[in-house]
Design a protein around this ligand. Structure first.
Ligand code: ATP
Ligand code: HSE
Length: 319
């Protein structure tokens, strides 16, 4: 359960008086997620999400995320805008953290996607990329190669090896290989960079919302395809690559936005990078999650298995 900062009902009640959203009916900590503290809020008028931003979100980046969500919403993408308070302010302070009240979107996130759902998710990713072609703001990727190296070093080889014997050597060898092999000829864009199934809300085979834009950044556009592929095409524990999900996801994307030959060729390396990124953030959290946080840590080895699969099977991205 991701609640790092505990907020009392009285504090939420007082917080809501800043807005024109009715009065508090109920507030519950949300079970999913590992990054921020999230609460489901019901008022006399509507339902909302209250997010308090924790360690990996720099409050200075919130205006970028708000502008991106407003841009996507204006282009017809189903994303949840932040709510403005009575004075027009969207970014607040609550319990010493930056906080936003966010529109609640209906839908559920699937745990075992069907090919039809993967196709829909790929198509929506492509639509988002298409909508972002004329989005002019930029944000450096806070989870780039330098950040991966820092995460590895902060875990320490011993820390990594405690998670899985030999993991330190695997991680450092992959970091070196990816530094050399990373493509520098591909188009950049603002990307989501974390489009896991739990960040795609669906009803049946239809996507009802994309959420959790807090890793959005400027980077190689096809890296977003790689992240989404790594997140969607395996069993949760990283075993059992599902070829049909992969074909559906890539097919859905290609229906909405072109994958160039250069991008397709680079996808195996980009997917190894994606797998390493989530392996490392999960490994860092595995070692450093506060004992009193209401959070279920995510298994880093699930992304070690994905990394090893991509190392052995670059052909999964062939057209
Ligand atoms: N706008 C929204 N509408 C409906 N539900 C939402 C919304 N935003 C968040 N949620 C719910 O809250 C959960 C956690 O939100 P979110 O994924 O943003 O948290 P996080 O801690 O940043 O997670 P992650 O570990 O994926 O980075 C989601 O899985 C979803 O169930
Ligand atoms: N989606 C990520 C959490 C965000 O870094 C994971 O599942 O590890």
């Amino acid at each position: 359960m991701a609640v790092y900062t505990k907020v009392s009902a009285e504090e939420i009640d007082a917080f809501l008086t800043r807005y024109d959203v009715g009065t508090l009916v109920s507030a519950k900590g949300i079970a999913e997620g590992v990054e921020n503290s999230n609460f489901m809020i019901e008022t006399t008028q509507d339902r909302f999400i209250l997010t308090l931003y924790e360690k990996r979100v720099d409050p200075a980046d919130l205006p970028f995320f708000i502008a991106m969500l407003d841009h996507l919403a204006a282009k017809g993408c189903s994303v949840p805008p932040m709510i403005a308070d009575k004075s027009g302010e969207k970014i607040q302070q609550l319990c010493g953290k930056s906080a936003c009240l966010i529109k609640f979107l209906s839908g559920v996130s699937v745990t075992t996607p069907t090919p039809a759902q993967a196709f829909a998710a790929g198509a929506v990713l492509g639509e988002m990329h298409s909508a972002l072609v004329d989005f002019s703001l930029e944000r450096p990727n806070s989870m780039d190669h330098d950040a991966w190296r820092k995460l590895a070093s902060d875990c320490g080889s011993e820390g990594l090896d405690k998670i899985f014997s030999g993991l330190g050597a695997i991680v450092y060898s992959e970091l070196d290989e990816l530094d050399t092999a990373w493509p520098d000829n591909l188009e950049w864009s603002v990307i989501h960079a974390d489009l896991f199934p739990d960040n795609v809300l669906m009803l049946g085979d239809k996507v009802t919302g994309l959420i959790d834009f807090y890793f959005s950044c400027s980077d190689v556009r096809a890296y977003d395809i790689a992240v989404t592929h790594a997140a969607w095409c395996f069993a949760e524990d990283g075993s059992g690559f599902d070829k049909n999900i992969s074909i559906a996801l890539l097919g859905g994307y290609a229906k909405s936005f072109e994958i160039s030959d250069e991008e397709r060729e680079a996808l195996p390396v980009l997917a190894r990078g994606a797998a390493l990124r989530f392996l490392l953030t999960r490994a860092f959290d595995w070692i450093n999650t506060p004992a009193d946080a209401l959070v279920t840590r995510k298994d880093p080895t699930a992304f070690l298995r994905r990394l090893q699969y991509y190392q052995k099977h670059p052909e999964v991205f062939n057209a």
